[in-house]
Design a protein around this ligand. Sequence first.
Ligand SMILES: NC(=O)c1ccc[n+]([C@@H]2O[C@H](COP(=O)([O-])OP(=O)(O)OC[C@H]3O[C@@H](n4cnc5c(N)ncnc54)[C@H](O)[C@@H]3O)[C@@H](O)[C@H]2O)c1
Length: 331
Amino acid sequence: MTPLAAFAMQPLLLPELFPLDLRRRLSLVTRVHERVIDAFDGPLDAEILITGWGCPRIDTGVLAAAPRLRAVVHAAGSVKGHLTAAVFDRGITVSSAAEANAVPVAEFTLAMLVLAAKQTFPRARAYAAGAWSGDALPGVATPGERGGLSGSTVGVIGASRVGRLVIDRLHDHGADVLLSDPYTSGEEAAALGVRAVPLDELCRHAELVTVHAPELPETRGLLDERRLSLLRDGAVVINTARGSLIDTAALVRHCATGRIGAVLDVTDPEPLPSGHPLLGLPNVLVTPHISGARGRELRRLGEFAVAEVERLTRGRPLRGTVRPADLNRIA
Ligand SMILES: NC(=O)c1ccc[n+]([C@@H]2O[C@H](COP(=O)([O-])OP(=O)(O)OC[C@H]3O[C@@H](n4cnc5c(N)ncnc54)[C@H](O)[C@@H]3O)[C@@H](O)[C@H]2O)c1
């Protein structure tokens, strides 16, 4: 029999994540409830819950009211915000579209790497302030000749889904990539075409450092005062992961001297209070957490989720399965 499905998310997101053609595809393999759930307030007869940002937490109470639920397909990244351990304990299949959400983050990161390799941000600000800064940039350190990504040494922290896409794109640009990731062996790193190194070594040698590890207890303050001190003069740190991975006070101190620069799509705290030093430094660009899927990029997440539901209903293996054993090392 055709399984019953329901959407649970912020209702306004539905048409962007699942435009009409995707909902039609879904209706070929499921019967989908009209109502988009934004609060669990009664019995739930769905076997498949298609969730998105804004889905309320699924705890034991919700599960007790949903005896037929057998799969949660998340049309966004991390499931940690809305799924409790009880979901996994009941053996419910969980899938996430984190792989699809990684694409825009990697694209954004690559754009920032290209621009950072030419010191674009401090040069543009110096230009706006009246200084033609095509050559030397007063007060901003430069390691050797900066001429783009080709031949540069880039440090990637985390061979995560985003990290791997960034690595692929860096190869296309002829960069030499160093990787720090305690979960990726030297052989796996070699297969990715990168050199696995301890994080301290990455900090000492990379001209550009890009952060793609998940927020976990052990990654809080990963780039702390000591590691930021190891960075080469003129290095630029790019963070599209989570703000807590960098010690903000230490980053302010290092960037304020002009010795290193930063591009931060995520910060700690987030948002930064107005007047925060990072918002005023010429060698720091702060963006308001925009690198993930937005606007027309959201459709990719819906497409991923629909394909997962199709695989699920046809008994095929899923691509985005989230295993409880991986939760302590994934975003
Ligand atoms: N700015 C945004 O809008 C946005 C959007 C999506 C994801 N993100 C963030 O990007 C980061 C990557 O997301 P993802 O979905 O690719 O992650 P992921 O779940 O694929 O990452 C898991 C992998 O990270 C690596 N890892 C774990 N601990 C590590 C450590 N201590 N040091 C280095 N590597 C480690 C391991 O290889 C692990 O398998 C996360 O921090 C996530 O929150 C941000």
